[in-house]
Design a protein around this ligand. Sequence first.
Ligand SMILES: Nc1nc2c(c(=O)[nH]1)N[C@H]1C(S)=C(S)[C@@H](COP(=O)(O)O)O[C@H]1N2
Ligand SMILES: [Mo]
Length: 426
Amino acid sequence: MPPGPRPADRHEAAYDRRRLRQWLAGDAKAEGVSRRHLLTLLAAAGAGAALPALAPAPAAHAADTIVKPLPAEAFVRHGTNAETRWEALRGTGYHTPNELFFVRNHTSTPLIDADGWRLRLWGDGLRGTPGQDRPVEFGYDDLRALPSVSRVAFVECAGNGRGNYATQQGQTVSGTPWGLGAIGVARWRGVRLGDVLRRAGLSSYAVDVQPRGLDAEYVSGGENLGRVRRPLPLVKALDDVILAHEMNGEPLPPDHGHPVRVLVPSWVGIASIKWVGDIEVSAEPLYSPWNTTFYRLFGSAYGETGSAPIGVQALKSAFELGPDATFRAGEGQVLHGRSWSGAGGVTRVEVSTDGGAHWRTAALHDPPRTGAWSRWSLPWRPTAPGTTHLLARATDTAGRTQPETTPHNTQGYLFDAVVRHRVTVV
Ligand SMILES: Nc1nc2c(c(=O)[nH]1)N[C@H]1C(S)=C(S)[C@@H](COP(=O)(O)O)O[C@H]1N2
Ligand SMILES: [Mo]
């Protein structure tokens, strides 16, 4: 008998059934999926038929799907994605250099010519001529001619730190087993999404906007989910979101969304749609797989229906060290690291060099900044040879402090517990 679905998959299936019923009741818009297909799914789910096994994705290698070089000393590859090694950030300064910035691609980096690129805004949340679909278009030069602003912000995958659910908590989760390197901080320059929406004729009835990428359609578990897209509440869209065309003073590199990406400060990386080609502006709530099946928390801690779609990023810390760092007994060291949060700035970092028995306060080198990191350091003179664990625990202005464990969720998002970094003293 083939093995049954893991509990995680069963939970997702139950959620899927509820979502399909919502769709049937006319309460949701599921763009890009045919009515017949949805009815088929509904029948299968309702009848309790066995779920199709999740076909493993063809083993695409990062080298085929990412344009920039990925030297082994700077990146860990995970399929179509590449994670920054923390030891490679030592001494790089506040902003992550573009060539060291992690890459998370659902498929692969498209090469898009800025000259031919257009951004189309459409939907019933725009004040079009009644009865007429009136998309509004902007070219690259049109966007660049608008007033520009810059934002210092991280882009961090919702699954950053996911590997620790298994290694530290002994739990099974689905998704890319990132260490802590699915984050980078850059200075992004672009135009306010609000300015573009208002120029396009934003109606007072609009509630959601949904940017969509120009990269290939994403196929998961044998199902084509369409192009990467995730609804964003209008309140956030009008707050601090920009359409970025520059990253650290350079035109946006191909892997990071050239010519234009959405940049949603403080939120999970999936909100920051790369290679944006169109934005639906809607007068009714929007659904896509990226705010229903994915990027919600499911598990026993989250009840029957799971959490709401996740937005604000968690509080985390990392040492600027490799996984196999070695120190000499009796030699004075300075440990360096960074801590960050989407909910507030980092105000305090405590570090333990003995597995959590004793804690000292690290010196902070950057002022608290919501949605970006603060660097810190702490002197350490290891005494006895052997292995020990380094721990860093941050507190932010929102009053959060990193906990000892993170409640399990099936897809391993938002790991915020203190990470035990094993090192060897010789
Ligand atoms: N069009 C498009 N946008 C996307 C993605 C994608 O695959 N396609 N990945 C998202 C995810 S999950 C993350 S974490 C960030 C990663 O941004 P980066 O590759 O510039 O680091 O982009 C987001 N935007
Ligand atoms: Mo992500």
